[in-house]
Design a protein around this ligand. Sequence first.
Ligand code: ADP
Length: 505
Amino acid sequence: MAQGTSPIRKVLIANRGEIAVRIIRSCRDLGIPTVAIYSDADRVALHVRMADEAFRVGPPPSRESYLSFERILDAAKASGADAIHPGYGFLSENAAFVRACEAAGIVFIGPPASAMDAMGEKTRARANMEKAGVPVVPGSNAPFPSVGEARAYAEKIGFPVMLKAAGGGGGKGMRRVERLADFDSAWRAAQSEALNAFGNDAVYLEKYLDEPHHVEIQVFADQAGNTVHLNERECSAQRRHQKVVEETPSPILTPEMRAAMGEVAVRAAKAVGYVGAGTVEFLVDKHRNFYFLEMNTRLQVEHPVTEWVTGLDLVASQIRVARGEPLGFRTEPPRGHSIEVRVYAEDPAQNFMPSPGRITYLRVPSGPNVRDDSGVYPGYTVPTVYDPMISKVSVWAPSRPEAIARMRRALSEYVVKGITTNIRYLHAILAHPDFVGGNYDTGFLPRAHSALLGRHDHALGEVALLAAVVDAYQRDARRRRSLTPVSGQRAGPSPWRLRTRGSRR
Ligand code: ADP
């Protein structure tokens, strides 16, 4: 981020989908005009319709559009935008892009390139954090030059271990290895996966923590170095190491743990000269020890839950900080409870295969304390080329049980036709006893997999059965009442038999 004060008169959003829409909304609240960019696959996307101006940046592949420095900076120049908000994903954690913005005299709404460099590679981040006295997940702080050295290290720290791509993200290039005999083949697989996904085959390893919780701390810093934390988010409901449901406060955190993790997160941010919104991710083990996992140097998908319990607009705060304004808020205890779910165009019954296509009917949830951050509209065609997340539903309530009830209500209002979504699967998570009980770790969704897929049918079956029984009872009661005066008999035929006969007609 360019240090100093900068008015920010027009913001280009270098992103698409729900997050682009989200950023446009905050800009509009602040009275700042917006510029959307779009690829040919997004010509009629919601963010293009909502922005004040829109510029085509290329064909559908991200490499040639949403990841093209040149085309994005050209659009900024042509539109007169003096700042770029990167959203999440795409160029949001690309230090070279931050430098390119600086060179073009454009404010990058995010941290300085140096902070991204310090936290970008997982191994470098781990080394930097250890230096700052932050506890890190036990493991190596540099990639291994050979499989032999990696294997020897794995034996030293003990199995199971987690192989990880140093340049990784999005759960890719990550492999759990149970035993020595599997090590070499897992190593080769992780290396080639890392090379494919990140163009870098550097792999390192960590001790595999048994059934950890993923708890992250939102941090915020202004250009003067004031750094605060905005409490935690519990993100242990994960599928393939990707978050599906998030909530705050974490059901497992005590106020003391929150304060300790918050202090460490602030220390981590200060150690790298952080500015703006960032997230320090931790794994928490069974004994409630917490370890630094990584820092995301950007806005997170799940930021709305923090907004609900703090009352802040994090995107507006990012813009204010980028203008050189002081933070204007401090750490406060969370107010009430918030939950978010990620709604995907995918089919849980088909191994979560993406389900792109045209949305023929859409009814989104609303009502008290329900928020739907969406990137779609009725008649919109979800493209095949990008992430299939179509919206995020978040709710707020005074307590966790009320928040769960509210989310279940919201999901029951959500109707999407034309494509398949994971809405029923999300509903099943919210109804699962482990989730309701508030003690779920990162193994929860894999463990509950078949129950969650079968549960909705089972649950609906139960509901249908119950409804059928009630209906039968009421109809028969009515029938009995109408039969009694006519026949004058108190004891008529069994209502169940009557119903059976009736149903045969
Ligand atoms: P990415 O950057 O690819 O998202 P992370 O390092 O953030 O990867 O890890 C994502 C998830 O993978 C974590 O939330 C956790 O569920 C699991 N994970 C990562 N490292 C470990 C580990 N050492 N032990 C157990 N689980 C881990």
